[in-house]
Design a protein around this ligand. Structure first.
Ligand code: 5GP
Ligand code: MG
Ligand code: MG
Length: 182
């Protein structure tokens, strides 16, 4: 285990098994259609590349970078698109791929934006979900794991830009935050 982690929450094997299940479910739900997979950079990149390979219907890839403004825990905060899609979402079945849904602010703002562009459907897949932290209403269509209210890193998720390449998901030691504040 990485020395900065308190404990491993989800192993590589557990994540891979769940991603396979989600891919199978998505493949069944979108049978006979094609899909526009939208990766929310950077955190979702690992989940996105694993999930995409488990989806057996035709899929296009696109990428967005978003920032939430205002108080991070305030659902009235708005979302700024810092890098938009290259493709036109109109008449597409869009699947947004996220790393974690926490307060729900980001996705509660992003989903209507893509719907307003005339997408045929907009659904959400996330590898992690913290329902106890929810402030804004979001329907999660494909949910990897529900986790407790702890700060996690790995499998794409960072703390201050670090730990994204850890191949499993773990809880960061409190001493790591404290070291940064001092
Ligand atoms: P929200 O759902 O509150 O709008 O924001 C979700 C975003 O907050 C995620 O995409 C992620 O960047 C960040 N986030 C929330 N909880 C965690 C966590 O436990 N670990 C990490 N690394 N990022 C988190
Ligand atoms: Mg994210
Ligand atoms: Mg981050």
């Amino acid at each position: 285990m990485h020395k900065d982690l308190e404990k491993i929450l989800l192993t590589r094997e557990e994540i891979a098994a769940r991603v396979r299940e989600l891919g199978a479910q998505i493949t069944a739900d979108y049978e006979g259609r094609s899909i526009l997979l939208v990766c929310i950079l950077k955190g979702a990149v690992t989940f996105f590349s694993d999930l995409a390979r488990e989806i057996k219907v035709p899929a296009e890839f696109d990428f967005m970078v978003c920032s939430s403004y205002g108080d991070a825990t305030d659902s009235s905060g708005f979302v700024k698109i810092r890098k938009d899609l290259d493709s036109d979402a109109a008449n597409k079945d869009v699947l947004i791929v996220e790393d974690i849904i926490d307060t729900g602010t980001t996705l509660s703002r992003l989903k209507p934006i893509l719907e307003d562009r005339g997408a045929k459907s907009v659904k959400i897949a996330t590898i992690l979900n913290k329902p106890s932290r929810r402030k804004a209403n979001v329907t999660v269509d494909y949910n990897g794991f529900e986790i407790p209210d702890a700060f996690v890193v790995g499998y794409g998720l960072d703390y201050a830009g670090r730990y994204r390449n850890i191949p499993y998901i773990g809880i960061l030691k409190e001493s790591v935050y404290k070291a940064r504040i001092l």
